[in-house]
Design a protein around this ligand. Structure first.
Ligand SMILES: NC(=O)c1ccc[n+]([C@@H]2O[C@H](COP(=O)([O-])OP(=O)(O)OC[C@H]3O[C@@H](n4cnc5c(N)ncnc54)[C@H](OP(=O)(O)O)[C@@H]3O)[C@@H](O)[C@H]2O)c1
Length: 273
């Protein structure tokens, strides 16, 4: 069963989510959007056909799942607007990075709040979203909130204290792979390949490898062993990457992103106290 959905903050991610829900079979009248600027509302209604409101309270009326997709810094102002407007049956699904469920519970009372971190492959319905229940969430409300994110990809339930790690791995993850794609394409061009061919080779290699990782039961170690013969080209390349500290650099990058996510979350909680 598809829950009705209000998307508060139909910016980049909010619009991607609305598009994904429509592709997954949600009907126009099962959705509503809210933004602050009238021109953005007009643009969204023209593009998606979904009702758009400048007042978030109007957008949430009659909707089961209320998705919060405003920037973390705009969450307090939105919660001020929403105070007293939610009914007992409504579930808040927050995608705002780093904002704890307690911030919502403090402002809105004993409402079910689910915190989730998706990523931008949602645009092609290939996101991965980790979600964590707040204090007042029931099994049923958790399932309904998860079903919204399943419309744009895969989901996994975790404890809220792991959300900073999720942000650093899959939330930020596309940027790591874009950087790899950029570096690999440049290297291919330096080896003499024409740009269009270099891009196709790199993009499809990433896509195909991702599909193998996701669809086979094999670990990355086993899959890598399959393409590495002793003294061969892959062994030579991997040796250079290991010597250059590739693995340590990835670990440091993830640690830095998780730390930044924690700092941003602490700032969001302090703003609210
Ligand atoms: N982009 C990502 O990859 C990604 C991934 C995971 C999570 N997130 C989270 O998603 C959230 C949104 O990110 P984004 O990149 O989509 O930001 P964005 O493009 O700036 O969109 C934010 C939207 O929120 C609207 N808004 C702000 N305050 C509002 C209010 N009080 N009532 C109604 N609408 C309001 C803005 O309306 P106007 O346009 O009218 O100003 C804007 O459309 C962030 O919290 C971010 O942490 C993003």
């Amino acid at each position: 069963m598809k829950p009705t959905v209000a998307i508060l903050g139909a910016g980049a991610l909010g619009e991607i989510l609305a598009g994904g829900l429509l592709r997954a079979g949600w009907q126009l009248e099962e959705l509503s959007l809210a933004v602050r600027r009238e021109e953005r509302c007009v643009e969204l209604t023209e593009r998606l056909g979904v009702a758009c409101h400048l007042d978030p309270v109007a957008a949430v009326a009659g909707k089961r799942v209320v998705v919060v997709v405003v920037k973390p810094k705009d969450v307090p102002a939105l919660l001020d607007q929403l105070k007293g407007a939610l009914e007992g049956h409504q579930i808040v699904l927050s995608l705002a990075a780093g904002v704890p469920t307690t911030v919502f519970e403090k402002e809105l009372g004993q409402v079910p709040v689910v915190r989730a971190m998706p990523n931008t492959p949602a645009l092609v319905s290939e996101a991965v979203t980790a979600y964590a229940p707040g204090r007042y969430v029931t099994e049923e409300s958790l399932k309904e909130a998860a079903s919204v994110m399943e419309a744009v990809g895969k989901t996994v339930q975790l404890d809220e204290n792991l959300m900073d790690a999720v942000t650093a791995v899959s939330g930020t993850g596309p940027a790591y792979l874009y950087l790899l794609a950029e570096a690999l394409t440049d290297a291919a061009i330096r080896e003499g390949l024409p740009r269009h061919a270099a891009q196709l080779l790199v993009d499809q290699t990433l896509k195909g490898t991702g599909a193998l990782l996701a669809e086979t039961e094999l670990s990355p170690i086993k899959l890598r062993a399959q393409v590495t013969s002793p003294g061969g080209t892959t062994a030579a390349a991997v040796h250079v990457l290991e010597e250059a500290g590739f693995r340590a650099a990835v670990e440091d990058a993830v640690r830095a992103a998780a730390q930044r996510s924690r700092e941003m979350g602490e700032a969001a909680s302090e703003d609210d106290s």
